[in-house]
Ligand binder design. Structure first.
Ligand code: GUN
Ligand code: ZN
Length: 432
């Protein structure tokens, strides 16, 4: 393929948060996305752009479909691919009965590689081009996901889970060893091609204070690196944290004490928080990650996006597979809407698609590289076919404007809607 290729279709992206800027949604009905060497060169009306293209530039016609930035899944566990849809438990029992036994097998490099390939196939089939991914405690599991993502040219954040207490023997590391392993993996993978390391203490309950301190030390030693963990997901979990860390004024206070609340910190779930916690998150530049399918599936609670916005806290959206019930960010937006309905809060289609694209990029501190079709950004994008099913085609045809059309896609769409996923301007190469 030549270095420059153009893609024609209806271009849809965001220039800002639609809650902040009324004109943030950008729609170009007959648009042309021009990609050069894996980067966006321009995005504009097709008529003018076609006339300006150098002769011989290939034009791929996706007419009738929407072209939008690839989805960003800001919190997901690849080793939990095989526990998705496990019945009947809430968080702590779900971890003990399903998740920990499954994660125990990821010291086996061949098994980890097989699951990593399957997992990334699922992401790409669902239009997800970037994710913040948890591995397991095993360095082999980190090697497997980075090697698979590197082969596909994907931009991912991933890290070794640090977990040295309150877990089965097969899944416990040791504080100093977890620090040394994380450092070795950072040197091996961070900044190679599009790969980014994320320091990954699982959650306060499965780390000693020494391990949390060392996680903070890793952040100090690697400026700008991500840290991902879980926060205030479930009432029993919050109570347990209060028992384990009686000196702390709150769950977030534990992370704060060890220097883990700062830009680059990604807090999955973040449901049961006080006004004081929200202030701390916002003032320190941390991000919270909304995992609606998981929060409903595990009966955890209703995330408050309005509180995040009011406190100036960055927010992303995520599947949280395997607590989450779908790899699809469309299904995830769908359930974010229902969560907001249950809490009598607003949530529009623009909120959903923003969080899955530019908002997700901002939450991960990657908006200089990803999230919309600004010139110079990395050309990860997807093609959504509004004729994917008879029902979607019918209902989409009735919708009056793009806000309504996007709502139809968000409520009725899933992987069937995703006709094509492009990574750096190249069609995704699934392993299957
Ligand atoms: N809290 C600690 N570990 C996990 C996990 O793997 N999934 C979810 N949903 N919550 C957690
Ligand atoms: Zn999680």
């Amino acid at each position: 393929m030549s270095a420059r290729t153009a893609y024609r279709g209806t271009l849809v992206d965001f220039t800002d948060d639609p809650r902040v800027s009324a004109g943030a949604l950008r729609v170009i009905d007959d648009g042309l996305l021009v990609v050069n060497d894996g980067k966006v060169e321009s995005a504009g009306p097709a008529a003018a752009a076609l006339a300006a293209l150098p002769p011989g530039t290939p034009v791929v016609d996706h007419g009738g479909s929407l072209i939008m930035p690839g989805f960003i899944d800001a919190h997901v566990h690849y080793p939990q691919t095989d526990v998705i849809a496990s019945h009947g438990k809430q968080l702590l029992d779900w971890l003990t009965d399903y998740t920990f036994p499954t994660e125990s097998s990821f010291g086996d490099a061949a098994h980890a590689a097989t699951v990593a390939e399957f997992f990334l196939d699922e992401l790409e089939r669902n239009g997800t081009t970037t994710a913040a991914i948890y591995a397991t405690i095993h360095p082999e599991s980190v090697d497997a996901i980075f090697a698979a993502a590197q082969k596909r040219n994907m931009r991912v954040i991933a890290g070794k889970v640090m977990m040295d207490v309150n877990a089965p023997d097969s899944l416990r590391d040791e504080a100093e060893q977890s620090y040394a392993d994380s450092k070795m993996l950072i040197e091996r993978w961070h900044g190679k091609d599009r790969l980014l390391y994320g320091i990954t203490p699982r959650f306060a309950a499965t780390s000693t204070e020494r391990q949390l301190e060392l996680a903070g030390k890793l952040m100090d030693e690697h400026a700008g690196m991500h840290m991902q963990t879980h926060l205030a997901e479930n009432h029993a979990e919050v109570k347990w944290i209060a028992e384990l860390f009686p000196w702390s004024k709150s769950y977030l206070g534990v992370y704060e004490k060890f220097g883990l609340v700062r830009p680059g910190s990604l807090y999955g779930h973040s449901i049961h928080l006080s006004a004081d916690d929200w202030r701390t998150l916002g003032e320190n530049g941390a991000a919270v990650i909304h995992c609606p399918t998981s929060n409903l599936f595990l009966g955890s609670g209703l995330f408050d996006l309005d509180a995040a916005n009011a406190s100036g806290t960055l927010a992303g959206l995520a599947t949280d597979v395997g607590g989450g019930t779908s790899f699809s960010m469309l299904r995830t937006m769908h359930e974010a809407y229902k969560v907001a309905q249950l809490a009598r809060r607003p949530f529009t289609s623009l909120d959903g698609f923003y969080l899955a694209t530019l908002g997700g990029a901002r939450s991960l501190g990657l908006a200089d590289k990803l999230g919309n079709f600004e010139a110079g950004k990395e050309a990860d994008f997807i093609v959504l076919d509004p004729k994917a099913t008879p029902l979607i085609e019918r209902r989409y045809g009735i919708a009056q404007d793009m806000t309504q059309k996007l709502f139809v896609l968000m409520m009725l769409g899933d992987d069937r809607l995703v006709a094509r996923t492009y990574i750096l301007g190249e069609p995704a190469r699934l392993s299957a």
